[in-house]
Design a protein around this ligand. Structure first.
Ligand code: SF4
Length: 382
């Protein structure tokens, strides 16, 4: 642990606690690039405050290139550049798309893998970021653009944290996002690097985002879910249901065959009883597939059977045709989604429709990456 001694406030304040505000800057998780930089500075005999200055440049001011960190001596900047490359963060934006209230960026990692990130800005001034946990995904959900491209690799903790604090979002002194959702590419709980990434995002100085404002979404990777509720019990959880019927759910989410919904719900039952906090069940509504009266009744029963049904909230999402997903799937009408939600509520289930922005840029995460990969594999399709 090192103590922050300077308290100069930056005009580019983040939403979380800035590194200049915190009394103690914890060491980054072992194995991360930030920890390697810290250890390198220590080994080179640099005073401890140099690392704090570097972190402050990144998270308070959105400066990621060592050469631009004016607080550091020129020789140290050159040394860091020689040792770690030009920037703290291992990400470079390669494609951006914007629509009112939403911007999507495809980042390239140093190894050439891709990470897709979406930032939504609400009129009330609130901002929310959707990050990727894997480049591609190997779980093959049939409604998902990312599933169609397969797994490239797990993203590292630095690559996940870097999506949130990247200078790309900080132009004009913009703050860090108010909330972060692991709802982009990849199954977050299948990637062990998500836990150190959460530690970075929630640690004062590196992100300082409250765990309650971080949502981890899973299709039901039970071992990862058990570990997450043990190690990060304050993080908000969303479990994708998408069908209350095991056979059909396995068609939509093949992982159901390995880790059935019932086992994941049992983990959540224990979790909500322990922390007395709400969890979310996501329900992707696909026209003619999972929107029948039988589905609705079974979904309502699934919630009502929980020991603490009041702590389960169903979030209904309108299907958005995705590049590479099963072409037979269709989006339901907006009114049908509203009616589905209303009927769930009439049955006593807490339910809302999840708001989506940016239909014109396929704002669901993974679609920009899917188009990029499909275009690379099959020129002319992008
Ligand atoms: S929905 Fe999630 S887990 Fe399923 S294929 Fe897509 S990214 Fe992977």
């Amino acid at each position: 642990m090192t103590r922050v001694t300077q308290a100069r406030r930056s005009p580019a304040a983040g939403s979380g606690r800035r590194s200049s505000d915190v009394a103690v800057l914890p060491n980054p998780p072992p194995g991360t690039r930030l920890d390697a930089i810290r250890a390198h500075l220590e080994g080179a005999g640099a005073p401890a405050y140099r690392f704090r200055q570097l972190v402050r440049c990144l998270t308070d001011r959105g400066v990621a290139r060592f050469a631009d960190m004016e607080e550091l001596p020129a020789a140290l900047r050159r040394d860091l550049t020689e040792r770690f490359g030009p920037a703290v963060l291992p990400l470079t934006p390669v494609v951006t798309e914007a629509a009112p209230q939403v911007e999507k960026v495809l980042f390239a990692t140093r190894s050439g893998a891709r990470a897709e990130t979406v930032l939504s800005r609400y009129r009330a001034g609130w901002s929310s970021m959707c990050v990727s946990s894997q480049a591609g995904c190997g779980l093959g959900c049939t409604f998902c653009a990312t599933g169609a491209v397969g797994l490239v690799r797990n993203l590292t903790a630095d690559e996940i944290h870097g999506q949130v604090v990247h200078p790309h979002w900080r132009a004009g002194g913009r703050a860090l996002p108010d909330s972060v959702a692991f709802m982009g590419m990849g199954e977050a709980l299948a990637n062990p690097h998500v836990l150190p990434a959460l530690r970075l995002l929630t640690s004062p100085g590196y992100g300082g985002i409250s765990p309650r404002r971080i949502t981890v979404s899973t299709v039901g990777f039970t071992p990862g879910l058990e570990r997450l509720v043990r190690e990060q019990p304050r993080v908000t959880l969303t479990l994708s249901v998408h069908s209350p019927f095991a056979e059909q759910r396995a068609e939509l989410i093949p992982l159901e065959r390995r880790f059935p919904l019932a086992g994941n719900l049992a983990v959540l039952d224990r979790h909500v009883a322990a922390v007395r906090r709400k969890v979310y069940l996501a329900y992707l509504l696909i026209a003619g597939v999972n929107d029948s009266a039988d589905h609705l009744a079974a979904l309502a029963r699934l919630v009502q059977e929980r020991p603490r049904p009041e702590l389960f909230h169903v979030s209904v999402i309108r299907y958005n045709a995705a590049s590479g997903a099963d072409p037979s799937y269709r989006a339901p009408a907006v009114e049908e989604v509203a009616a589905f939600v209303a009927r769930l509520r009439a049955l006593g289930v807490r339910a809302t429709r999840r708001r989506q922005f940016g239909a014109s840029i396929d704002a669901a995460c993974g679609q920009l990456h899917a188009r990029y990969l499909l275009a690379a594999r099959f020129p002319g399709t992008g």
